[in-house]
Write a protein that binds this ligand. Structure first.
Ligand SMILES: NC(=O)c1ccc[n+]([C@@H]2O[C@H](COP(=O)([O-])OP(=O)(O)OC[C@H]3O[C@@H](n4cnc5c(N)ncnc54)[C@H](OP(=O)(O)O)[C@@H]3O)[C@@H](O)[C@H]2O)c1
Length: 320
């Protein structure tokens, strides 16, 4: 039985209610299965309407303590009707796990306002709306837990993933502020930060019109051509599975006072320390040279500056 459960309710039969978003695959589905196996909680497992069948196909079915409900983070109407339904049923959320997320692939120049908004809506604005809807009752009861699934991309950005990184940095910043705001009210806030996870989610990436393989032109070709196979390869090689990340989330659910940030994979730990130990000026140069193919990227342009620099030196010593 979890610390949280003992702490949060006087009735020994009380099962805390956990809402998890994005349960149709990956980490959300793995977490749902793990929590069902534990049996200590009432679960509301959500996904977009069209994806609900994938939760069931994933081996999860409804029961007295499991609800499978639609919730689209890209639609305020869907969020409102979710909460109307909740009020007619269990009427409470003890633990909110903001897991659902999407990832756009595109260099900054190829993104557009609609794509940026879609990315922010699902990864940041939607989760924030859920937090705002959930907080009043947590506040009244003087307890609750909000777990946001962030990413290494919320501590370090990668080329071609600007918008995704921005959404995760936004989640990190807001969660940090929230931690201060609700800690005195008995509510925990936690960021779980996976690095690369061995899953299919790199196949589910979104593209803006200009970043789509068919419409991106040639200028940033080297960047995409290097980053795409690199990400796919690392995701295929890593030993971090959705199940392992789900265990980290479960640890945060059980822990009475979990830390604000929980790196959830060995690479997340590595990048956490790299970022802390290397001076920032050095950090980004080191990471640039570590990126696959970066030496080649836009070589014909970036070469101009070193050449001009060398010419200046030669002129200053009277040569050339
Ligand atoms: N996989 C990784 O390498 C990795 C690394 C670091 C962080 N993360 C983070 O971990 C979380 C889970 O990722 P994952 O790898 O498990 O991804 P995933 O397998 O692609 O699952 C993402 C989930 O989000 C749902 N979703 C997408 N759009 C939605 C919307 N508008 N409203 C509600 N739900 C929506 C998806 O449902 P549909 O079936 O309807 O699309 C799916 O259930 C994300 O926040 C992600 O950013 C993942």
């Amino acid at each position: 039985m979890s610390d949280f459960k003992h702490e949060s309710d006087n009735s020994k039969d009380y099962k805390p209610v956990i809402l998890i978003t994005g349960c149709s695959s990956g980490i959300g589905l793995a977490l749902a299965k793990l929590l069902i196996e534990k049996g200590d909680y009432r679960l509301i497992l959500t996904a977009r309407e069209g994806s609900l069948k994938r939760i069931r196909e994933g081996g999860v079915s409804e029961s007295d303590s499991v609800r499978i409900w639609p919730l689209d983070l890209n639609s305020m109407q869907s969020i409102d009707s979710f909460f109307s339904k909740l009020h007619l049923d269990w009427n409470v959320i003890d633990i909110l796990v903001n897991n659902a997320g999407i990832s756009y692939r595109g260099v900054v120049e190829h993104m557009d306002p609609d794509s940026e908004l879609h990315q922010m809506q699902v990864n940041y604005l939607g989760p924030m709306a859920l937090i705002r809807k959930t907080l009043p009752s947590m506040r009244r009861r003087g307890r609750g837990k909000i777990i946001n699934i962030s990413s290494v991309s919320g501590m370090l950005a990668m080329p071609t993933m600007s918008s995704y990184s921005a959404s995760k940095y936004a989640v990190e910043g807001a969660s940090e502020a929230l931690w201060y705001e609700v800690k005195p009210l008995g509510i925990n806030v936690c960021l779980v930060q996976p690095g690369f996870v061995n899953s299919n989610s790199f196949k589910n990436v979104y593209f803006s019109e200009s970043s789509h393989p068919k419409g991106r032109g040639t200028f940033y070709k080297d960047y995409y051509d290097s980053m795409e196979p690199f990400v796919a390869k690392v995701m295929g090689l890593t030993t971090t599975t959705p199940e392992k990340v789900a265990k980290k989330v479960y640890w945060a659910i059980q822990k009475q006072n979990p830390p604000l940030r929980i790196p959830a994979s060995p690479d997340a730990v590595f990048f956490y320390y790299l970022r802390r130990l290397l001076p920032r000026r050095l950090l980004h140069h080191v990471l640039f040279w570590m990126l696959p193919g970066s030496v080649r990227w836009a070589k014909q342009y970036t070469n101009k500056r070193p050449q001009a620099f060398i010419r200046r030196i030669l002129r200053s010593v009277g040569i050339g």
